[in-house]
Design a binder for this molecule. Structure first.
Ligand SMILES: [Zn+2]
Length: 320
């Protein structure tokens, strides 16, 4: 069976065709431009979806899967005011695409979609208790327990990015302080390094790497400087790894998962992150829980958005 997948993002949206076993046939992207409003943007998505189907030689698909930025209301099939899509206050995407395609349409938030992609098609295939951490510019998560995605009372289960690691910590865009995302999301880490260097006049190789423009310091340069043993970057890197271990340690102690899969940053950084992270986790979780838990980087990284949308539909069809 072929599935149409729509991975909606605040900047880019991707439309793809894949099979229920996770083979991607075709993918195309468009700029979302959320400021044009839901009506216009959904219509452009529809046009692109029809083009993708025609290009794939398909006149029909078995189901449609949608991954959308949270928060979402899964029962009502609607997007609920994602922070980077102002004006999208209650957008019933499921009914929109059901009317268009007359096929079952399933939707979930993008982090849950990634967890489902790992569970159906990735390293976590068939792993009963699995946690996926998006770990890129922000920090999000999806939780699978006993082979089922955990939604929670209001579809917020797995929002690991905003549990508080230190209530006296830096403010988070969500309104709380010291969230996991503030310490470990790529965007806020880069911003904090820039501010620290400026405020404390720190001499670091990062400044030269960024061509003297502090605003150009990003996570990639941070890793590069730490690898090259720049003293400031090394200190910050150790603090980063410790916060990451603290957050993942909580997840492991709460859920006792068989596997934790880490997304983008961990995939790009590899052993430079994973080796010290695993060592540091011993300070934040019990040995018996850690010994039973594989900590992996995602093998789907490049396509996980598309596969997530496909997996949302595959899971929906399975659940009937
Ligand atoms: Zn927060």
């Amino acid at each position: 069976m072929h599935i149409l997948g729509i991975d909606i993002g605040g900047t880019k949206t991707s439309v793809c065709i894949g099979t229920e076993s996770g083979q991607l046939v075709l993918e195309r992207r468009m700029t979302t431009r959320p400021e044009e409003g839901p009506d216009k943007v959904l219509e452009r998505m529809m046009v692109l979806a029809r083009e993708v189907m025609a290009q794939s030689g398909l006149s029909d698909v078995g189901a449609v899967g949608i991954a959308a930025p949270g928060p979402v209301d899964v029962k009502r099939g609607a997007m609920l005011a994602p922070p980077n899509m102002p004006g999208w206050d209650f957008v019933p995407v499921v009914s929109y695409f059901t009317e268009a395609f007359h096929r079952p349409v399933f939707m979930n938030n993008d982090a849950n979609a990634c967890a489902l992609a790992e569970y159906h098609f990735g390293r976590g295939r068939g792993v009963a208790n699995l946690v996926y951490l998006t770990h890129s510019t922000g920090m999000g998560g999806g939780v699978i327990v006993n082979g089922r995605l955990v939604q929670g009372a209001t579809d917020m289960a797995g929002e690991v990015g905003h549990f508080v690691l230190d209530p006296q910590g830096p403010p988070c865009s969500c309104g709380l302080r010291g969230c996991f995302e503030v310490y470990c999301g790529g965007r806020s880490v880069s911003l904090r390094l820039q501010q620290k260097i400026a405020a404390e006049g720190i001499a670091t190789a990062l400044t030269a790497k960024a061509g003297g423009r502090l605003a150009a310091i990003d996570f990639k340069l941070f890793v590069e400087a730490a690898r090259e043993q720049d003293p400031f970057a090394v200190r910050e890197w150790q603090a980063y790894v410790e916060r990451l271990a603290q957050g993942i340690g909580i997840v492991i102690m709460v859920l006792n998962p068989d596997m934790v899969v880490l997304g983008t940053i961990a995939c790009q950084t590899g052993d430079f992150l994973m080796v010290p992270l695993k060592a540091c986790l011993r300070r934040f979780a019990w040995g018996a829980a850690l010994d039973a838990c594989r900590i992996e980087t995602s093998a789907l990284s490049a396509n996980i958005g598309d596969l997530g949308a496909i997996a949302v539909a595959a899971e929906g069809l399975k659940a009937g």
